[in-house]
Design a protein around this ligand. Sequence first.
Ligand code: UT7
Length: 408
Amino acid sequence: MATHKRSAADPISGSSIYAHIVGWGMAVPDRIMTNEEMSAIVETSDEWIQARTGIKERRIAGERDSTATLGLKAAQRALEVADILPTEVELVIVATSTSENIFPSTASLIQDWLGASNAGAFDMSAACSGFVYAVHMAAQSIRSGSIKTALVVASETMSRVMDWQDRGTCILFGDGAGAVVLQASDVEGGVLSTVLRSDGSGYDLLGIPSVGSLDTCAPIVNPNGHKMYKMHMNGGEVFKFASRVIGESITQALDNVGLRLDEVKLIVPHQANDRIIQSAARALKVEKEIFISNIERYGNTSAASIPIALCEAIEQGRVQPNDYIVFVGFGGGLTWASMVVKWGAPEAEERQAAVLGKQRRQASYTLARWRARLIRFQRRLSNAVTRIRPNEGRVHRLRHKIDQHDLR
Ligand code: UT7
């Protein structure tokens, strides 16, 4: 690890266990969709999109991409950087608004594909703030001492929930995934402070209606006029909300740990609109350059936008050990969240994944696939046998019942 001071206990949490980000990874689909292509679908133009949002292009999931497959790739890269085995992971959280299923969770799929056989897994629904919420939950689990290692994935296939007739939303969003590994350490730093907020009075400003929003077989349009399973947004209202809360929540998260804004090296905001970032920079009276922005290449990837931007910032050498960095997310709910992290990841040369570790990880992924296939096959086989020999099946079940209740 880089040189850090060790301290007995954090004055805020009272815990002497810290949660550091020790691995990171991202994955985006290969397919690039430009603004020109967008203008063939809805009435818009490259000039309008660039001027109003800063977006030039976005990635669109291909036939073989899904929220889980993109998330898996990002997770595998994060485990590679952390140089840990999937079996060391004790918690998998996936922040997403485009889960593979309502249930089971995308997190359970990724946990299985990785072979993370010692982990619990669940999905987190906090829209574009989801990554910060999920990292907070993971960090708190570590700081409480209940686990040592957690994997947080944020993955989205927004293109599949876009209303491709609505130029107010479809031009904004793209697909992608990012992931981080958090680990316990007695070295002071890591996740230091988080501010999580929600204001459900704005629930109708941004959302994707799903099965629970109606009590009958879903018609295409719900009583509010919103299309089922398609995103709707009041862009102007969300813009005003976002511009207001970014500054407020960053200031609060810094105040919690007695830090000043001029001590912060980098702010990694949710990538929703370049003009929102500019307006937040004005409100905080800082140069826009302190914010990382990559919206021009990916658009808004919802929960995934912060970890994708973080990965690119690290790659560009913009994050160094002992730097204070801030994540800030905002979106549907309405929800928003800020987090202060003292970067404490191992130095680059220490991060080189050991060849042995790499091979064992690959073996874990292959074994995980075969294990799942084998279990499914066994289940089918056992059902088939029961069908072919129903009486034996009945006798077996009866015997099992008798054994269980000790009725003999
Ligand atoms: O990740 C979740 C958080 N989401 C956000 O933070 C999104 C926040 N909102 C926004 O980024 C912006 O509100 C938008 C980019 C969605 C819209 O930009 P705007 O500057 O607020 O535009 P507007 O909705 O006020 O519309 C201005 C004009 C309208 O035309 P009229 O009524 O002035 O004639 C719109 O019909 O621009 C028109 N317009 C478009 N024109 C060309 C709206 N969308 C488009 C478009 N292409 N795609």
